[in-house]
Ligand binder design. Sequence first.
Ligand code: NOJ
Length: 487
Amino acid sequence: MLNRFSRREFAKLFGSAAIVPSALPALASVAPATHHTAAPAPQRFPQGFLWGSATASYQVEGAVKEDGRGPSIWDTFSHTPGKTNNGDTGDVADDHYHRYKEDVQLMKALGLKTYRFSVAWPRIFPQGKGTPNSKGLDFYSRLVDELLANNIQPYCTLFHWDLPQALEDKGGWQSRDTSEAFANYAGYVAQHLSDRVKHFMTLNEMRSFVDIGYRDGRHAPGLKLSAGKVNQVRHHAVLAHGLGVQAIRAHARPGTRVGIAENANSCVPVIETPEHIVAAAKAYRETNAGYLTVIMEGRYTDAYLAHAGADAPKFTPEDLKAIGSPLDFVGINIYTPQYVRADDSPAGYALVPMPASFPHMMSSWLHTGPEALYWSPKLASELWGIREIYITENGASSSDVLAPDGHVYDTDRVMYLRSYLTQLHRAVREGVPVKGYFCWSLMDNYEWADGYAYRFGIHYVDFKTQKRTPKLSAHFYREVIARNGLA
Ligand code: NOJ
């Protein structure tokens, strides 16, 4: 049973009947404010704006040994003592593999238009390549059918960090073979799901899995490689993306749209004056040079290569051509801002350090800087002429507790979402081509090395019973979706 606020209870607790869904038809027909009306103009999004939510396979599915799934690097890493908070693993997670129908009903109750999920590579190719496992594909096929039957568009990510362990044993992302194996896997999934899935994203957050997993050692596979080796891993990641795009185009049905979901460094001018804005644009291009920039431009910037020096990655002109393959859309995950100021240095910008007192959410890295949701898509679209952008993730960790009345009052997450969405609205109003927004996450889940203590969901999950409870933020988000706006 889902624990929901009744409309009456919601209105009693949180305000007038005007904000309960039953009052919406009247509100929706209100004409935009003119100088004759005292009310502020409603912050509505363009018609058809895609409101969504996102999860990822290893973080929600569980069932790690079922239906022929092979082990991934996250199974190995999370089962290695001392690697994750409390020794938490994704063995069960949200048990979404068995409860996906219930979870689709959560989405439906929110009014979601779209849902972003990821396919676990080791379910499809338990050894990373070779013979595909049809039972693995069946799960995603059932999930897609369930989404479509409930009028929710599937957006499918092909790699959200659960690399087959068998590939890691042969060098993982240090080996160019992994990029080729990814393309083979991506083409296979696209071939079989593109009759119903129209949007595919190749890799999720290259910056995170490369830098945290292969440089800092805090994520799977837990390596601390030298700078040169990390640059090569990074190159293999963007190459996998490029080869993946080509393979999807070769095997998917015509009309299939291909993109990526990258956590570009969200540069924000520390003061919104022309010189700092110019500096932020320069910083956006250079601090993303090894990831989004090379994908958008098909070349590494001179500054990137000069800075890497002898540690620069080895690559061919064909690699760059593949990496720069044209995309149908760009997905950007946006959480924490990187403030930038103008500077006299040759680079023309400097990164502004965060003072210790800067507000952050439960995850100490997640500074609350809503302007990131304005500047990141704006700078990306202006730098590279992108015409279709999705915010493929945005959300917040909070120390959620079930109150004695059974509700979860995550007011900090509500305020976070409201302030970020206000900035997104500012971008969209100015014509930045953001077509949709995916809230991270639909429900609390396995937050990688931070385990289950760090909750990002708008539904609370009791991991002992698997009961899902909509938090206050779920009610907030449902209202945003119903109004297609903030007010
Ligand atoms: C980005 C990652 O894609 C996702 O897996 C993670 O849970 C969220 N950020 C929050 O850290």
